[in-house]
Ligand binder design. Structure first.
Ligand code: GDP
Length: 313
C-alpha cells in the first residue's frame, strides 16, 4: 500500500479497528478514512454505496461487525446474523463497484465446526456442524469469506480474508452481558478487589480451552497480509497456543490482585470445548505474534485502569 493511499478502516472505534488505525498511523499512512456508526449505518445499502462513491478508498479493512461474547451471541441471534450479513454484503459489493484495489475481511475462529479436529486448519471450514451458541454469527462470517471468494472468482477482485482467534486489548467491550471472557474477568476481579468481595462468579466449568491474541498483534498480522498475501484461501491468525478458562481465570486473578475465591456457575454455557487455530500457514509466510498472554493481560489491565470510567459507563 502506497503511503498516500486512501485506506478505509470499517469499525475503527472497535478493538480491532482501533488497533488497525494505530498500526497504519505508526506506519506513516495519512489518508485513513473512518466513519462512526451514527455517521454511516453500514447496514444501509444506499448509504454505503454513496459513501464508497464519494470517498473512493483504495484499500479497505473490513473490521466492522456486531460482536459479543457467548451470552450476547446466543441472545441476539437475529441481530448477529442480520447486521453482520448486511455490513459485509454492503461493503464488499461497494468495494467491487468502486474498484477498490484490495480488501481484507475479518472473520472469526467460530466459523469452524464445533467438533473439528484440533488445531483448526483452514481446510476444515464447512466440514461439520457449528457450535449452536454462536451459529448465527458464524454463518454470517462464513458468508463474508464466501463473498470474498466469489467476487475474486467472478470479478477478479483482490479480496482476502483472515480468521482471528479470540482477541483482547484496548477498547474491548467491558459490559458483562455482552463481553468476552477476558474483559469480563478483568472487570469482575477488579471490582471484587476494590469492594473487598469474597467471591467472583465465573461461567461454565472452566474446562473449555481458548487461544487468545492481543489486538495489536492482530493489526500487525492484518497489515502483513495486506502487504504480502493475495490468494483466495483465508488465513488463520492466532498464537497456536491455548489455555483452559480456569487457567486464564487464575492468571487474571493474580494480575489484578484479587484474593478471594472463584465460584463456577455451571448454569452458564461452556460453549465450544476447544478452538485452537493451526497457524502453520501464517508462520510459513514469516509472521508470528509478539505478545505473550501474561504480558498482554498485564498491559490490558493497565489500560482498563486508565480508561475504566469510559469502559464501564
Ligand atoms: P466464546 O469463546 O465464543 O465461547 O466466548 P466467551 O469469550 O464469551 O466465553 C469463553 C468461555 O469463557 C466460555 O466457556 C464461558 O462460559 C467462559 N466464561 C467464564 N466466565 C465468563 C464471563 O464472565 N463472561 C464470559 N463472556 N465468558 C465467561
Amino acid at each position: 500500500m502506497e503511503k498516500q493511499a486512501r485506506i478505509y478502516v470499517a469499525g475503527h472505534r472497535g478493538m480491532v479497528g482501533s488497533a488497525l488505525v494505530r498500526k497504519l498511523q505508526a506506519e506513516g499512512y495519512s489518508q485513513i478514512i473512518t466513519r462512526t456508526s451514527s455517521e454511516l449505518d453500514l447496514r444501509n445499502q444506499a448509504a454505503v454505496a454513496d459513501f464508497f462513491a464519494d470517498e473512493r478508498p483504495d484499500y479497505v479493512f473490513l473490521a466492522a461487525a456486531k460482536v459479543g461474547g457467548i451470552l450476547a451471541n446466543n441472545t441476539y441471534r437475529a441481530e448477529f446474523l442480520y447486521d453482520n450479513l448486511m455490513i459485509e454484503s454492503n461493503i464488499i459489493h461497494s468495494a467491487y463497484k468502486t474498484g477498490v484495489k484490495k480488501l481484507l475481511f475479518l472473520g472469526s475462529s467460530c466459523i469452524y465446526p464445533k467438533l473439528a479436529p484440533q488445531p483448526l486448519k483452514e481446510e476444515y471450514l464447512l466440514s461439520g456442524y457449528l457450535e449452536p451458541t454462536n451459529e448465527p454469527y458464524a454463518i454470517a462470517k462464513i458468508t463474508g469469506i464466501k463473498l470474498c471468494e466469489a467476487y475474486r472468482s467472478q470479478y477478479g477482485c483482490n479480496f482476502i480474508s483472515a480468521m482471528p482467534t479470540n482477541l483482547y486489548g484496548p477498547n474491548d467491550n467491558y459490559d458483562l452481558n455482552g463481553s468476552h471472557v477476558l474483559p469480563a474477568l478483568i472487570r469482575k476481579f477488579h471490582e471484587a478487589k476494590v469492594n473487598n468481595l469474597p467471591t467472583v462468579e465465573v461461567w461454565g466449568t472452566g474446562s473449555p480451552r481458548r487461544e487468545f491474541l492481543h489486538a495489536d498483534d492482530l493489526a500487525d498480522a492484518c497489515f502483513f497480509l495486506m502487504e504480502n498475501y493475495d490468494d483466495e484461501l483465508f488465513v488463520n491468525i492466532g498464537t497456536g497456543e491455548d489455555v483452559t478458562i480456569r487457567e486464564v481465570a487464575e492468571l487474571i486473578k493474580e494480575i489484578v490482585g484479587f484474593e478471594g475465591e472463584l465460584r463456577w456457575n455451571t448454569d452458564k454455557p461452556d460453549g465450544t470445548p476447544r478452538k485452537l487455530m493451526d497457524v502453520s500457514r501464517l508462520h510459513s509466510f514469516g509472521w508470528k505474534h509478539a505478545t505473550e498472554l501474561k504480558d498482554g493481560l498485564e498491559k490490558t489491565y493497565q489500560d482498563f485502569l486508565t480508561n475504566e470510567v469510559m469502559y464501564v459507563e
